[in-house]
Design a protein around this ligand. Structure first.
Ligand SMILES: [Zn+2]
Length: 270
């Protein structure tokens, strides 16, 4: 997905770390530190939703997917962002953010589970770490470099220069190519099935986003381009699975309760 509005300072701040930790691949430990710094900054930059019922719903769904993914080097955290754009994105080390509009536009729980599984895939497949490395080695993300510097050199609080950099960093961290998207889709399909979700939800969410067209392309599609060949590859992957029709598409009305709660909270009538 595209990062939320206002983009380019963040990567620079996150990027400060680049100079500190050299040019080798980001280690799991380094990614954890970077994730802590990232989450700290995002708390001050984003209008996060703290309604316990809503956050617990997303966290339980996300944690179910993470458990189905097998052993993890990271402790995942799920956040809800009050935002009218359809979007979701991953930070380093399993900090996953979902916009309220994404929850409102999901037609069933399996579509939302598909979005979460796709984001978890980008973390688990180390795509976020690879994007960080790419930005660092090309020295293109001053924000990312700064965030890194504070993460590795100054603890979680970080320096004044790092503050305000998280949003910008998401642009670099969440710019995925075709190969990474295909990999994330395959991962998501398999993990959704293991977690009990019908993986067709992943497809139907992307298909409904693509049908929207027009000048207002959902932010999610900017960073996760959903091409026809990618959708076809995902369909083939799903058809190779046995018994998907027994998997859950709905969650007994829980999603609808959460959607009503979000509408009350945000005043949205959609
Ligand atoms: Zn993606």
């Amino acid at each position: 997905m595209r990062s939320p509005k206002g983009i380019s300072r963040g990567l620079l701040a996150i990027g400060g770390s680049i100079a500190v930790i050299g040019c080798g691949p980001l280690t799991v430990t380094e990614e954890r530190h970077l994730g802590d710094q990232f989450a700290y900054q995002m708390r001050s930059e984003l209008p996060l939703v703290y309604d316990r019922t809503i956050v617990e719903y997303i966290s339980e769904m996300g944690e179910g997917i993470v458990r189905a993914s097998g052993p993890q080097p990271f402790r995942y955290r799920f956040y809800v962002v009050r935002d009218g754009d359809i979007n979701a994105f991953a930070g380093p080390a399993g900090h996953i953010y979902v916009h309220t509009e994404t929850i409102l536009r999901a037609r069933n729980a399996s579509e939302l589970a598909g979005v979460l599984a796709h984001e978890v895939a980008h973390v688990q497949e180390r795509h976020i770490a690879e994007n960080y490395n790419r930005a660092r080695n090309a020295r293109i993300g001053t924000d990312i470099l700064t965030l890194g510097a504070s993460a590795f050199g100054g603890g979680v609080v970080g320096s004044a220069t790092a503050m305000g950099s998280g949003l910008a960093a998401t642009t670099w961290l969440n710019s995925f190519g075709r190969e990474a998207e295909l990999e994330a889709d395959v991962f998501a399909v398999r993990v959704m099935a293991r977690a009990g979700w019908n993986p067709r939800g992943l497809l139907s969410f992307f298909e409904s986003l693509m049908r929207e067209g027009g000048p207002n392309v959902p932010a999610f599609l900017s960073s996760h381009p959903a091409t026809e060949d990618r959708i076809q590859a995902t369909r083939v992957e799903i058809e190779a699975l046995d018994g998907t029709r027994r998997l859950a598409t709905y969650d007994g009305g829980k999603l609808e309760i959460i959607q009503r709660r979000i509408r009350l909270l945000t005043g949205s009538h959609c």
